[in-house]
Design a protein around this ligand. Structure first.
Ligand code: 4NP
Length: 154
């Protein structure tokens, strides 16, 4: 089996996709799955920046330090480098559909399509909301991480 390489993509790469990255790293570690995980944004505003302080705090509440993560923008070559490119919401998915090279479309999907009962749903953007939004993001990305690990371990 080729080692899965998973890239999470949101808008800014400072709130949702770093939390998805942290959740999948933790779940893969827990079950001993050898996997590569990264995250990126469709936008370039936060390139080189650490995650949003509220995202750092959310991960820390679950014992995970994401303060060393740095934002980067998604690029076409990511579809060669990653076996799974997962969009956090429909806008992210549309941006990635514009970027994906021919023949790589099967690597791209909406994250919550991998979670039974949540197909077609977005991970809502918590950036302009309150701390509750980050709790909800965390619960969505941890559910996704569990689903992905069982899918990838098959
Ligand atoms: P993210 O959230 O896509 O989950 O990282 C956002 C971060 C920054 C902005 C929007 C959403 N922004 O407008 O800068």
């Amino acid at each position: 089996m080729t080692r899965p390489r998973v890239l999470f993509v949101c808008l800014g790469n400072i709130c949702r996709s770093p939390l998805a990255e942290a959740a999948l790293r933790a779940e893969a570690d827990r079950v001993g799955l050898d996997i590569e995980v990264d995250s990126a944004g469709t936008g370039d505003w936060h390139v080189g920046e650490p995650p949003d302080s509220r995202a750092i705090a959310q991960a820390r509440r679950h014992g995970i330090d994401i303060s060393g993560y740095r934002g980067r923008q998604v690029r076409k070559a990511d579809f060669d480098d990653f076996t799974h490119v997962l969009a956090l919401d429909h806008d992210n998915l549309a941006a990635l559909e514009d970027l994906v090279p021919p023949g790589r479309e099967n690597r791209l999907s909406l994250l919550l399509d991998h979670v039974e009962g949540c197909e077609g749903q977005p991970v809502a953007d918590p950036y302009f909301g309150d701390a509750d939004g980050f709790e909800r993001t965390w619960s969505q990305v941890t559910a996704a991480a569990r689903a992905l690990v069982s899918e990838l371990a098959r």
